[in-house]
Design a protein around this ligand. Structure first.
Ligand SMILES: Cc1cc2nc3c(=O)[nH]c(=O)nc-3n(C[C@H](O)[C@H](O)[C@H](O)COP(=O)(O)O)c2cc1C
Length: 165
């Protein structure tokens, strides 16, 4: 018998094929400020995102508090690069900042092709504990605080503490 490929699971849980990583999972998180272009339709954006993400094995969440978007996406590197292109084409973003795009050990939103959180003032009061200062200010948060915030959102989804569609 000829063995022509060696498969090893690495510490990140992805499969190494002959020393190369296959299907490595990445986490991408960006922050942007909302710019009302007069035509945006959040429900349509969320619905089309769910379909596209599901078809491309992308999971994640979008937080929108009326001023700022924080979106986390999980999937293969090429898939995330492609969806980033789609997202950045939208005119509703300004001051777009990619906070991280890096290999990750596991999905946080494994059950959600796009969990959408349209936060009310009460919910912003709840999440402001994740950032330093008066209000909720994701741009001042470290990558690890933003991951903690995302884990909180995922948990809150299960106890219905945060609005969602
Ligand atoms: C805040 C925001 C988040 C978005 N997230 C996603 C996403 O997760 N997946 C996706 O495919 N597109 C995403 N988009 C892009 C929109 O879905 C896309 O521009 C819109 O649905 C039009 O796409 P179309 O090329 O199908 O017309 C996002 C756009 C915005 C403004």
């Amino acid at each position: 018998m000829v063995v022509n490929a060696i498969f090893i699971k690495n510490t990140l849980g992805s499969i190494m094929v002959n020393g190369r990583e296959a299907n490595m999972l990445y986490h991408l998180l960006y922050i942007s400020d909302f710019k009302d272009d007069g035509t945006y339709d959040m429900d349509a954006i969320v619905q089309s995102s769910k379909v596209y993400n599901k078809n491309h094995h992308i999971t994640g969440a979008l937080w929108f508090d009326g001023t700022t978007f924080v979106q986390m996406l999980e999937g293969g590197r090429a898939a995330l690069s492609a969806v980033l292109g789609r997202i950045m084409r939208s005119d509703v973003h300004q001051n777009f900042e990619i906070v991280f795009f890096e290999p990750a050990p596991e999905r946080i939103f494994s059950d959600w092709s796009m969990a959408y959180y349209h936060a009310s003032k009460d919910e912003i009061d709840v999440v402001k504990k994740f950032s330093v200062g008066e209000g909720f200010s994701p741009r001042t948060m470290s990558a690890s605080s933003l991951i903690t915030f995302m884990r909180y959102l995922e948990m809150a989804r299960h106890v219905s503490a945060v609005n969602s569609i």
